[in-house]
Structure formats: C-alpha cells, structure tokens
Design a protein around this ligand. Structure first.
Ligand code: ATP
Ligand code: MG
Length: 434
C-alpha cells in the first residue's frame, strides 16, 4: 500500500485525479501502472478510469488528444507527461473476435474492471480513500506470479483474440506462468489469432522479443500453437533447431540486441531446405512484410540473414578481415558478430573453444574498424569522375568495375588509399590506349 501511495503521488496523477474529483467525478488509477507498481517495476504509462464522459474530460483539461473517443479514451497532456483517461465502460457483443461492436458507458469501477483481460490488470487504486480495488483476486495472482483471465478464459479469448498474444507477452515480460485453464483455452483458441490485424500481432511479438527472456514467450507461443500463425517456419522446424533458436533469442537479448537482430537470429537458415540458393531470404522477407515490419527493418533482417555465414573457426589475416568487413558492410559487422556469438552460446553442450575464437575475432574486428580504411567504393578517395577523366572511360559499368578493383587494392593495402597514389594507379593500369 505504501508503495502505491508513494508511486501515485506523482504530480501528473495528482493533477489529473484532483481535477476530476473537484468536478464531482470518480477517478481511479488502473491497468499496468497499478500492476507494475505492485511488482516494483517502473511504470511506463498511466491509465485512469473515470465516470466522466470523454467530452467532459476534454473540457476539463487544457491539452488533450482524442485518442479513441468512441471507446471513451482521451489522452491528457501535462508538461511532457501523458495520462490515458477512459470512461468506465462495459463492452457490448464482440462479433469478429476483435473489438466490441459497441461499448456501453457504465457508472461503476467494478463493472469497468470486469471487462479487463487479466486479473493482474483488473486492479484499481482509489487515491482519495487510499485503498486498492481487487474484485478478481489480482493481488493474489501477482503473488503467485500467474496470469489468469477475468472470467471464463474461453469466452474472454473468443471476445478478443488479441488477448491470446497479450497473455504470452505478459508471461514473457513478467516471467509469470499461465494458470492451467487460461493456458488450455489459449491452445484451444489459438486459430482465432487469424482475426487480428497483423500490426497488432507484430506489436505484441516485438514486446515478447524485447522482454528479458524472449525464449520463454516464444516457447509459450509454440506450446499453444500460436506460433503456427505468426512464424510458421519456426513452428515447423525440427525440435532441436527450434529450441536452439529460442535459446539464441535469450542470448541475443542478454547481449542487448535489437528487434531486427533478434528476428534474424530466429529466422536465419530456416528456409534453407526449401531454397538452398538464397539461404531462406525470400520467404523471410515475405513473412516480415506480412507482419507489417517497416521496409528498413525488413532490409536489415534480410541483410543479416544473408551475411550470417561468417566463419569464426578460420584464422584471418588483417587483409582478409578487411575483405570480410567490406562484404558484411561496416554498419552490420557488430550485428553479425552478435548473431554468431549468440548462436554459439546457445549450443548444447557448450562450445567454449569456439566461443573464445569468436571473442578474439570480435576484438580484432573492432580494432580493424578503428583504423582508417575504405570498406566501400564511396570511401575510396578517387571517384567515378576521376576514373572517367584519367582513364578516358565513358561507360558507367566499366567505371564501376575499375572502382571495385581500386577498392580491392586498398582493402589489401589501406595505405594506398591516397589521391596521388590512386591517380597514378589509374594512369598505369587502367588508362585506355588512345
Ligand atoms: P503495458 O502498458 O505495459 O503494455 P497495460 O496492462 O497497461 O500494459 P495497456 O495496453 O496499456 O496494457 O492497457 C491498459 C489496460 O487496459 C490493461 O491493463 C487492461 O486492464 C486493459 N486492456 C488493454 N487491452 C485489453 C484487451 N484487449 N482486453 C481487455 N482489457 C484490455
Ligand atoms: Mg499501459
């Protein structure tokens, strides 16, 4: 209780609640902020429930955003902070397993808590009285570290199938288990996820990947067969490979990898059997496009999947290392190395020697990257214009191939990447007979 009192004395909350109370309305802090405070986790966003209607909330505060007026939600802005204020509601029939056909605004916090997805999210803090409202046993479930739906799980998942993903996401983020009936209903109703928009599924998947133990969340998606709808290639992969990928995701997360690197770690090589020539790229691109990842993310993941093959057992000369960096691309070197490290760390039994070689390779790559060197044609100090003028070439393709020859030369000997030297090379080796 003391923790709640302390957390909810944040100026933004006091201001919002005060304004609503003084205007004669009820107001409660609800949702994730109550849950996270009780768990001693940082609060990411604030939700307030009130009996004031959205239009009234808009009138009471100076700066508001009509986030979801039809569902009774207004975002109130104070300084740099934001609070989502939602009118107490009860949802009407759900027709398409997605959103209620209509919402009904109701008078009490108790009925509002009844529409919420999980008991741990159906808690409300009454700031005026300094008491916690917990009609569904959410506090006990927080203690037991368990996720349980409010009401009958099969009915709640059938109403809104996004809750299937939210259950897996909270399990991964909080390290909680699923109450048996909730878990059984998730498995039984997994196919309903097909009714949910790809963007919303992607958002939950990204949250799972960025949770402390993504492997646990992914394993849960597998056990309930939700994975079949989201990442079918991973779902179908051989058990050992799938498990290895789940562990790889955990290792990548511990290494601080971002979403694109995590996706590359999960998906690389899975399409190989079907398409040995492209290392699985086309299907992974299609998959990520279907899940509405941005073009930037898709490009990065595809590139990382293609460049995964770095050989860490080999001893590279400095020049070979530079060729490797040029092939991977300077900006992707660290990501590829992180992927290989996680791949080795996730092997069972542990591969200490290989890991050590990889660590040494990583140090050398970093050292190389600190030296001045050209790793792409644009970093070679002479350009296409120089090649045209000095060599008397006009054809773009020819100019391009001379520039790549020069790049190879400076990858071999970085000290040659000086204008006078390269101009001399052009004159001696590439000038057309006139
Ligand atoms: P976080 O903000 O950390 O993602 P949260 O629990 O606050 O977690 P929000 O999406 O911000 O999640 O939603 C706020 C609250 O609204 C939830 O705690 C829950 O009570 C309710 N809620 C959100 N989505 C649903 C849903 N699909 N079905 C039922 N209740 C929901
Ligand atoms: Mg929230």
């Amino acid at each position: 209780m003391r923790r709640l009192r302390q957390a909810f004395s944040a100026p933004i909350i006091i201001k919002v609640m005060d304004r609503l109370h003084r205007a004669g309305f009820q107001a409660y802090v609800v949702g994730g902020s109550v849950r996270d405070t009780l768990l001693n986790r940082p609060v990411i966003d604030w939700d307030v429930a009130t009996d004031a209607r959205a239009e009234t909330v808009t009138r009471l505060f100076q700066r508001t955003v009509p986030t979801g007026i039809e569902h009774g939600t207004v975002t109130v802005l104070i300084g740099k902070s934001a609070v989502e204020v939602t009118t107490f509601r009860q949802d009407g029939d759900y027709r398409d397993h997605r959103r209620p056909a209509a919402v009904q605004f109701v008078g009490t916090i108790e009925s509002d808590l009844g529409r919420r997805d999980f008991t741990i999210n159906a808690l409300a803090w009454d700031l005026e009285q300094g008491r916690l409202l917990d009609p569904y046993g959410g506090v006990n479930d927080l203690k037991r570290r368990c996720i349980r739906t409010v009401g009958k799980p099969s009915a709640r998942f059938a109403e809104d199938a996004l809750r299937l993903m939210r259950a897996a996401r909270f399990a991964a983020q909080l390290g909680f288990t699923l109450e048996p009936a909730t878990l059984a209903a998730m498995s039984a109703q997994a196919p309903l996820i097909a009714h949910i928009s790809h963007e919303r599924v992607r958002d939950e998947l990204v949250k799972i990947l960025n949770s402390p133990r993504p492997g646990d969340g992914l394993r849960l998606l597998y056990r309930t067969a939700l994975l079949k709808w989201i990442l079918p290639e991973l779902y179908r992969a051989h058990k050992d490979i799938r498990e290895h990928r789940f562990r790889t995701a955990d290792c990548l997360r511990q290494q601080g990898a971002d979403t694109a690197v995590l996706l590359a770690g999960l998906l690389h090589g899975l399409g190989k059997a079907a398409r040995p020539s492209d290392n699985g790229t086309p299907w992974s691109e299609k998959l990520l496009r279907r899940l509405c990842f941005s073009n930037h993310d898709i490009k990065r993941v595809s590139h990382l999947i293609r460049k995964q093959a770095i050989d860490y057992e080999k001893h590279y000369s400095d020049a070979e290392l530079r060729f490797l960096i040029a092939d991977i691309g300077r900006e992707a070197v660290d990501d590829v190395w992180q992927l290989r490290l996680a791949d080795v760390a996730a092997r069972r039994p542990a591969k200490r020697k290989i890991r050590q070689k990889l660590v040494t390779l990583g140090k050398r790559l970093k050292q190389q990257l600190r030296q001045p060197a050209a790793y792409s044609v644009s970093e070679v100090v002479v350009n296409g214009e120089d090649v045209k003028q000095v060599c008397g070439l006009r054809q773009g393709r020819k100019v391009g191939s001379v520039l790549s020859e020069l790049l190879k030369l400076v990858l071999q000997q970085p000290e040659l990447n000086q204008r006078e030297i390269l101009l001399q090379v052009l004159i001696e080796r590439y000038r057309q007979e006139r």
